[in-house]
Design a protein around this ligand. Structure first.
Ligand SMILES: Cc1ncc(COP(=O)(O)O)c(C=O)c1O
Length: 383
């Protein structure tokens, strides 16, 4: 059977690492998971309880395409609580995860062949989704001096129709402060390019609150999700905020592409937003784990990293040990029983010399993972 060219996207390497780890576990090995970018915790208990009650009386059929109105209103309230931003609920669209929001945003904003700038290193699926929609991702080689975030001079001379940023970012955990984000927004406006802000790690911050693009402008797309802070990866529910005059177009696309985000997941999401204690308890675990990593990585010989501002990753320069991060990650899995992600997932060029370590799991797992990494690196003569 024939295939399309645009369907020829690269694999998401971390998913391949997860599969290799699963196989090792099926063979009876005990693996510490520092590859997956997801909380080890379930959706808040209070929210799951609410769903089981609602399921007794509600058929959980389709919802309206833009999402359950109460959920859209509760999300708009969150912008008041977190950033003091007054947001019209009519601009909030509930989506099947932020991944569903990317499809809607890229389809609504760009024509086939348009170029969209993304920072490298960055979340790999931006590049692949753009390609699958016949759009052209343009990697911006970010610098250590800018904490691996894009700056206007990276794309000033380029003919691009959009810029996608993430703050806190995956894989680095670095954030854009208000002046840095404002400069990017202005640079986009000057060349008529769309500005898209992936804010999926908001809520998981350590030193300062993350800035939403909506504090700066209404002329942007903001994408967020219940996957990370709200600990709901598998429920597949997220949201997007768009300018008022884009809502109807997104609604038409959402009706046709998805009909709606899963009804049960929207119910859980709404209740999860008020489960403050449980969510805060998860944050305490991330804080503890971040400290364990700051202490433990150097003891294992991994010294070249910047502590993350947010999210739950360390992006480590390992060029002194390897020029093939994929093979190195495989050796760490096989010999140390720790699954980690090769940087090639995030930066097809420089990622051959980097690894991403996730610390989203339990503190006991992270401590054990760090011990195993130390033993592996000592055996190699690297620590
Ligand atoms: C930066 C970033 N954006 C988006 C996603 C996708 O998340 P979702 O589960 O909301 O589709 C991820 C997942 O790891 C991510 O790291």
């Amino acid at each position: 059977m024939r295939n399309s060219r645009r369907g020829m996207v690269d694999p998401f390497i971390v998913m391949d690492v997860m599969e290799a780890a699963r196989q090792a576990e099926a063979d009876g090995r005990h693996i510490i998971h520092m590859e997956v970018g997801q909380p080890g915790t379930a959706a808040p208990e209070g929210a799951r309880r609410k769903l089981s009650e609602d399921m007794q009386s509600d058929a959980m059929g389709y919802t309206v395409a833009l999402g359950i109105p109460e959920l859209r209103a509760r999300i708009s309230k969150l912008y008041g609580e977190w950033y003091n931003v007054d947001l019209d609920p009519a601009r909030v669209i509930v989506t099947p995860g932020s991944s569903g929001a990317f499809l809607l945003a890229f389809t609504a904003l760009f024509n086939a062949g348009d170029k969209v700038a993304i920072g490298a290193p960055g979340y790999p699926s931006y590049r692949q989704i753009l390609k699958a929609l016949s759009l052209e991702p343009v990697d911006l080689q970010t610098s250590d001096a800018n904490r691996l975030q894009p700056v206007p001079s990276d794309f000033a001379e380029m003919d691009v129709q959009g810029l996608m940023v993430a703050s806190p970012a995956n894989p680095t955990g670095t954030m854009l402060d208000k002046p840095a984000m404002s400069a990017l927004i202005e640079a986009c406006a000057a060349k008529g390019a769309a500005f898209i802000s992936d804010e999926i790690y908001h809520g998981i911050e350590y030193e300062a609150k993350a800035v939403t693009a909506l504090e700066i402008t209404d002329e942007c797309y903001v994408i967020n999700s219940f996957s990370k802070y709200f600990s709901m990866t598998g429920w597949r529910v997220g949201w997007m905020v768009v300018p008022e005059d884009h809502v109807r177009m997104i609604e038409r696309l959402a009706q046709n592409m998805f009909i709606c985000a899963p009804h049960a997941s929207q119910t859980v999401a709404l209740a999860a937003m008020d489960c403050h204690e449980e969510l805060q308890a998860n944050m305490e675990v991330y804080k503890t784990n971040r400290n364990l990593m700051i202490e433990g990585l150097p003891k294992a010989g991994f010294t070249r990293f910047a502590p993350p501002d947010g999210a739950f990753y360390f992006y480590v320069d390992v060029r002194q040990f390897t020029n093939d991060s994929r093979a190195f990650a495989r050796e760490i899995l096989d010999e140390a029983g720790v699954a980690v992600t090769p940087g090639l997932d995030f930066d097809p060029v420089r990622g051959a010399g980097t690894l991403r370590f996730s610390y989203a799991r339990s503190s006991a797992d992270i401590a054990e993972g760090l011990e195993r990494l130390k033993r592996f690196m000592v055996k190699r003569g690297f620590a």
